[in-house]
Design a protein around this ligand. Structure first.
Ligand code: PEP
Length: 253
C-alpha cells in the first residue's frame, strides 16, 4: 500500500528559536499516524540536526533536506552532499522544487543527477514537478509534466523509481493562495500515475506516492487528500503554523 504523506516545506523561514518553538508546539498537539501514513519536515540545513534530534524515534516521522548536490564531496563551496545528510540521519531530500528550478536554474538533467545520487545512497528523493500559469492556461500541463518526469526520472529502473516520492506542484498555486480544485488535482495525478504505468507497470505506478502542493491548508486538505490519486501534500506556508499543519496531518486518508 502506498504511503499517505504530509510533508512540510519550511523554505528559508524561521530563526533557530522560532523553529524549535514551532516543533515543540506541534509535537504537543494530538495527531495519530497510522502504519501507511508519514509526516516529513523539510527544514533549512542549519536546523536539520536539531529537529532530527527532537523527532528522533517518533514512528513514521522524518526530517528532510530541501536540496542537495549530486557530488560525493570536493571543492563545491556552499553545497551539501547526500553523504553529509546521511551522516546526521537525514534520509529524505526535496529535489527540484520550482523555486530551485526558477531561481537557481536547476534543469531536468541536473535533477536527474541529484535523483540518482539520492537513490545510490538510499535516500528518498521527494521529486517536484508542475507547470507555470501560462502552460496551464494553454492546457498543455500534461505534456509539460510528462517531460519533467521523462527527463529526470524515467531513466530509473523499476526498483529505483518505486523509491521516489513525487510532488505535483502547479507553480501558479504555490504561495499564491490559489489552490487547484480537487478535480484538477485528481486529473493530473491520475495522468502522472498512468504515465508511470505506461513506462513501467500499473503495479509500480500504484506503489508510488504522489503528493499535491500549492496552497494546501487546514481548510482544504481533507477535500484534496480524499481524491483517489492524491496521496497527501507538500505544504509551504501552512506548515509554519503548528495548528494548521497538525490539522493537515490529521487530514491524511
Ligand atoms: C511549497 O513550498 O512547496 C508550497 C506548496 O508552498 P505553499 O503551500 O505555500 O503554496
Amino acid at each position: 500500500m502506498r504511503k499517505q504523506i504530509a510533508a512540510a516545506n519550511w523554505k528559508m523561514n524561521l530563526t533557530a528559536q522560532q523553529a524549535e518553538n514551532l516543533m515543540n508546539e506541534l509535537v504537543a498537539l494530538p495527531h495519530q499516524l497510522y502504519e501507511h501514513q508519514q509526516a516529513i519536515f523539510a527544514v533549512p540545513f542549519p536546523y536539520l540536526q536539531m529537529i532530527e534530534q527532537k523527532l528522533h524515534g517518533k514512528q513514521n516521522v522524518f526530517v528532510a533536506a530541501q536540496n542537495c548536490y549530486y557530488k560525493k564531496n570536493g571543492a563545491f563551496t556552499g553545497e551539501v552532499s547526500v553523504e553529509m545528510l546521511q551522516s546526521i540521519n537525514i534520509n529524505h531530500v526535496i529535489i527540484g522544487h520550482s523555486e530551485r528550478r526558477e531561481y537557481f536554474n536547476e534543469t531536468n538533467e541536473v535533477l536527474a543527477l541529484k535523483v540518482n545520487h539520492c537513490l545510490e545512497n538510499n535516500v528518498t528523493p521527494i521529486f517536484c514537478c508542475g507547470e507555470p500559469l501560462a502552460v496551464r492556461e494553454s492546457n498543455t500541463q500534461e505534456s509539460f509534466v510528462a517531460k519533467q518526469l521523462d527527463e529526470s526520472l524515467f531513466h530509473l529502473s523499476a526498483e529505483q523509481i518505486i523509491k521516489v516520492v513525487i510532488a505535483y506542484e502547479p507553480i501558479w498555486a504555490i504561495g499564491t493562495g490559489k489552490t487547484a480544485t480537487s478535480e484538477q488535482a485528481q486529473d493530473i495525478h491520475l495522468f502522472i500515475r498512468n504515465h508511470i504505468a505506461a513506462k513501467y507497470s500499473e503495479r509500480i505506478a500504484n506503489e508510488i506516492s504522489i503528493l499535491y502542493g500549492g496552497s494546501v491548508k487546514a481548510a482544504n486538505a481533507k477535500e484534496i487528500f480524499s481524491q483517489p490519486d492524491v496521496d497527501g501534500g507538500l505544504v509551504g506556508g501552512a506548515a509554519l503554523n503548528a495548528q494548521e499543519f497538525n490539522t493537515i496531518i490529521n487530514s491524511l486518508k
